[in-house]
Design a protein around this ligand. Sequence first.
Ligand code: ATP
Length: 336
Amino acid sequence: MTAAVTLDSVSCVFGHGAAAVRAVNAVDLTIEAGEFFTLLGPSGSGKTTCLRMIGGFTLPTAGRILIGGDDVTMRAPYARPVNTVFQDYALFPHMNVRDNVAYALMVRGVPRSERERRADELLALVQLAGVGERRPAQLSGGQRQRVALARALISQPQVLLLDEPLGALDLKLREQMQSELKALQRRIGITFLFITHDQHEALSMSDRIGVFNAGRLEQVGTPRAIYDEPRTRFVAQFVGAANVLDGEAARALTGRPGAMLRPERIRLGDAIGARASGPVSEVQYFGAFTRLKVQAAGTLLQADLAHVPAQATPAPGETVHLHWDDRAVHALQDAV
Ligand code: ATP
C-alpha cells in the first residue's frame, strides 16, 4: 500500500552561518494511510517545522516529501492533498459557523446550496448540528475546536495535520476531546498527523508516535514500544517517569551498563531478596499513587506505589527494601 506521507532525509535550516538553526535534521519517516501518527517532543524540537513542511508552509532545505506517493516537496499548500488545524483554530469571527466550515468550497465556487449541505453534514459529524447560524464567539472552546476540524475536513484531505489542536483547552475538556478526536479519526479513516508535547495525549491517542529531540526523530514506534522499550535516555525520560541508571549504579542494580526502570515497576518488600535498600529521602502523595525517593546504591531511585494506606506509607528517613522483576529492567542503547 502507498504510504500516506513519506519524509526522505528532510532537513530545514533557518538563517545562515553562525546564526543558523537546524530545526529539522535529516528526518526519515513513513506514515501509513489511515494511521493516527503523533509527533511528540519538547518545545523547540522541530515538530511544528516538520508539520509546516508537510503542509507546504515552509520549504525544506534538503530532502523530499511525498504524499500518497506523489512528490510534493516544492508544491504550494493549496496544491497538496492535506489540510491543517491550527492551535488557535483561525476561524473567521465575522462569518457564521456554517460559512466558516464551507469556506474552502466557497473559494472553489461550489454553489451555496451544495456547500451548505456539505457543511451541515460535517457539523453533524463533529456533533455540532444546529449551531451553523452562530458566530464563533458564541461557542465554547471545545465547540470552536470542532468547527475548525469540520472546516479542515470539508476539502476531503488525504492527510489532516493537527498542530497542538487541544492545547488551548482546560484539562477535562481536553481529555474529552482526545476521545472524540480519536473516535472521529477511526470513523472517517483519514490519516491524522498530530503534534503535541503532552506525553499522555500521545500515548492515549496514537497508533504510532515519533519522538523528536533537537531536530531529530529519536524513536518511532507504538505507544507501548515507546514506553516499555525506549531506545535512549531522552525517550525514557521524556515519555513517562523513569529511573535511568548509568555506570556503577546501573551495574550494581541491574547488571547492565545502562538501563531504565519505571517507578511503577518497583515494589516495597522484605530485606531478604531485595534488589536495593536505603533510606527514603522524600514522600510525595499524588492521589492515584505515592512517590518515594529512595537513596540506594549511590543513586536516587523513584518508586511509585499504588494504593498505599496512610499508616503503611514509609516516613522520610525510614529504610525501605525495593524489589522488582528482571523484566522491569530495560537496557538503553546510549548509556554512558
Ligand atoms: P513548540 O512545541 O514550541 O511549537 P516545536 O517542536 O514545534 O516547538 P519548532 O517550532 O519546529 O519546534 O522550532 C524548531 C527550532 O527552529 C526552534 O529552535 C525554533 O526557534 C526554530 N525556528 C522555527 N521557526 C523559525 C523561523 N521561522 N525562523 C528561525 N528559526 C525558527
